[in-house]
Design a protein around this ligand. Sequence first.
Ligand code: 0X9
Ligand code: ZN
Length: 605
Amino acid sequence: MKKTLSIIVLFVFIQVNGQNNSLPYDNTSVIKLESLTPEMETALTIYDVTYLSCRSHSASPELIVNEEAKRWLNTNGVAYEILVDDLKQKIDQEYEYMRSMRPQRDGADWYAIYRTYDEVQDKLAEIAGNSTIATIIDLGDSYENRSIKGIKLSTGGTNKPAVFFNGCQHAREWVTVMATTYLVDQLAQNYVDDELTRSLLEMVDVYVVPIVNPDGYVYSHTTDRYWRKNRQINPGSSYVGTDLNRNWDIDWNGGASTSTLPSSDIYVGTAPFSAPETQVLKNYMESIPNLRGHLDIHSYSALVLGPWGYTNNPTPDHEQVVTLGNAMNDAITNTHDYPFTFGIGDANGSIYLASGTMPDWSYDGLGALGFTYELRPDSWTGGGFELPESQILDASEENYNGAMEMIIWAADIQLGCTDPTASNYDPEATTDDGSCDVNSSDGSQTIALPQGWYIFSTYVHPESPSMEQLLAPVVHSLIIAKNGAGLAYLPDWDFNGIGNLVDGQAYQVKLSSAGDLDITGTKIMPETFVMNLDEGWNMFAYLRDSSGDLTEMLASIHDQIHIVKTFDGLAYLPDWDFNGIGNLEPGKGYQIKLSTAVSFSYPEN
Ligand code: 0X9
Ligand code: ZN
């Protein structure tokens, strides 16, 4: 009796501390092989090795090995590098660190720590409760009867283009759960806060299911940190689980990265859709009318993979796949300058081919462009499946920006500036993305014109650009205004040969007495405005709102400059390394002589 009790007490203690998910990794190490031959791979199967990153699988794989496997490698003279000597200890230490940080991180941000299955269900309910366009979808149950839930974002209507995003086919890929929850959370929020997101969600229905393998996910928290498959019992075997991402009906049990052994992490199951989870997903996805895109989100390796996954042959939609793939890859990479790689098939050797995968099925079976993401990190050294919790948000933002490109693609619109008066007007754009220069901000500038000759310019795009209106405040003392082409405005003669002020240009004026110009309109963004100057003499504007060193401001065209002059005869002569001007000043304009035509932009304000 006493003994039983203490065993129960011990059991409860372990449960509370949650340390069990390291137990399978007692006496194991993580190693990196220099290369993996098919013979080695076959020989190692009996030692229950676990392959980690998919990026390096074929080249120099990272894997978990036990003592026996290490002995085999040593005996056979196979070179390897030890990345983690005692894996159990590492998992325990990380768990302990996460546990100790939890109280402090928990309140700060939901995305500051990895969340359990139950916490994710609560979060989905909260998101749906706070949004007018979000509804909880219940796709069906897992093998152990957990419900597979997600959110549908829709503003109504029928037969709209739709996209489907899911995480966690593979249990241990925890960051995918966080990133997909973040995705739907943020989309629901931005529908309210952001005009572009609102118009996109009016055009496209979005489905997000963060945990499609709930049993495996729970098991990776409670029992085995590196569990990958579902938790389905395999009749006649003591080994549990099917690899969901090998269980789809496209090249099922084909030659690429599959196994018919229940002991294997890439076990294909007994037939396509033999796993309840893939069956449930299939039925649900087939019921979505007009599904155009699908993202199956995994980790780790920093990859964007287009169809096919089982062969390097291009799909009939190859051009679209490449365009969308590159757009997503760029959006992800540019989010935090964390480089991803895009490819189809084996992505030029970055990854192995795989038969029977979900995105290949969504392309083949449903006609949706099905992509795989492998989120951060790019390697085991970057954290592997335990991406540091401090990077969850960065990884989620990358995933969000990538997914956004798929939504834009599904909406079949061209984003850009649609305002023809903006300097960055894009005639191809069908939907404004808020990038137009002229709308950037209201601006005004007061320019003090001295008596006599002067050259002025402005960083404001004037509301009324005609020379008469602009110069009206000084018209009584204005003798002449000239543009760079020598055309004149002569108020005494009621003659305006200049017409309108052109952004980026400067004007020479002569006044009989000093006076102020007040120019109102919208402020030009110097870094996006392109200055186009001709070969020979020009008069050009200074577009920044504070003074800046001439050599820095004009650094990019340094080699083409003969001379820069001010209205009062100061000069900059690059050939003589002489800068008599010093700074360019707002309100002033300059003369310049160039050896060739040039284009440049000023640094931002
Ligand atoms: O093996 C898989 O199922 C995926 N990699 S992971 O490391 N997350 O397990 C990748 C499958 C997709 N492969 C290709 N598209 N080549
Ligand atoms: Zn995966």
